[in-house]
Design a protein around this ligand. Structure first.
Ligand code: PEP
Length: 261
């Protein structure tokens, strides 16, 4: 059965002491609010992954990387490999975020290489896809989403649904305060699950978590999580404050005990 994943993408925010403070406070919260149907996850910057893991060790929370190199190892200054993340016991990694696509020219083909490196190392990729405002207004959302899925997963074998996570993040909703309506989000999530079913079969499609991202916050997360195919949130801005992050974890716990999602 799918859990609810409440994932905080910290982007290039928080220094060493802010990371420690947040993780200590999160740890205190999680000691009192453990729920096996909810997986909180934070993605700090590379230099503080170990520090966050150390503080949160043995607590029910995942510490993820925000990116990975498409190369296995070697002369690639500034890059971090999947094997290196694996040696740190990092179990999740975001790839294909729209900021990487937009500011670093990442293509579906490159994201596919990153996905392969992660799978080779037993790390769960959180693969981000989503349309721009222009593409939505041109009525091309479905075409763009399918083409991103086909590009990122071209000839990729998925043995089980717990090996990957997909995040649907409409680019026009990221960091803009504009959220897709729950209906708009559910429609695309259903499209993605349908594609997964055709590509990987019913069991994998039923097991794969599909997160929604784009200005998710305590005020709108409930309605999104109530949608049949939305299995959590990939959250930027609202994940940076401990109070709002914990509020969203709390709402997910409530919904999961009420049999929601
Ligand atoms: C993100 O960075 O993935 C994101 C969805 O950001 P925000 O929640 O701030 O829109």
């Amino acid at each position: 059965m799918r859990k609810i994943i409440i994932a905080g993408n910290w982007k290039m925010n928080k220094d060493a002491s802010e990371t420690s403070k947040f993780c200590s406070e999160l740890g205190t919260y999680l000691k009192k609010h453990d729920n096996e149907r909810v997986l909180p996850l934070i993605a700090p910057v590379f230099p503080f992954l170990s520090q966050a893991q150390g503080i949160l060790r043995s607590l029910p929370v995942a510490v993820a990387a925000q990116d990975v190199s498409s190369h296995a190892e070697g002369a690639f200054t500034g890059e971090v490999s999947a094997a290196q993340l694996c040696s740190l016991e990092v179990r999740h990694c975001i790839i294909g975020h729209s900021e990487r696509r937009q500011y670093h020219g990442e293509t579906d083909a490159l994201i596919r290489e990153k996905l392969l490196r992660l799978l080779e190392n037993g790390i769960i990729p959180i693969v981000c896809i989503g349309e721009t405002l222009q593409q939505r207004e041109q009525g091309r959302t479905e075409q763009v989403i399918i083409s991103q899925l086909e590009g990122c997963f071209d000839q990729i074998t998925i043995a089980a649904g717990d090996q990957i996570v997909i995040a649907y993040e409409p680019v026009w909703a990221i960091g803009t305060g504009k959220t897709a309506t729950s209906g708009q989000a559910q429609e695309v999530h259903a499209l993605i699950r349908n594609w997964l079913q055709t590509s990987y079969g019913s069991q994998a499609a039923a097991d794969i978590h599909i997160l929604y991202g784009g200005s998710v916050k305590p005020d709108n997360i409930r309605e999104l999580l109530e949608q049949k195919d939305i299995d959590g949130g990939l959250i930027g801005g609202a994940s940076l404050k401990i109070d709002s992050f914990c509020t969203m974890i709390g709402l997910a716990c409530e919904l999961s005990s009420a049999g929601g999602n």
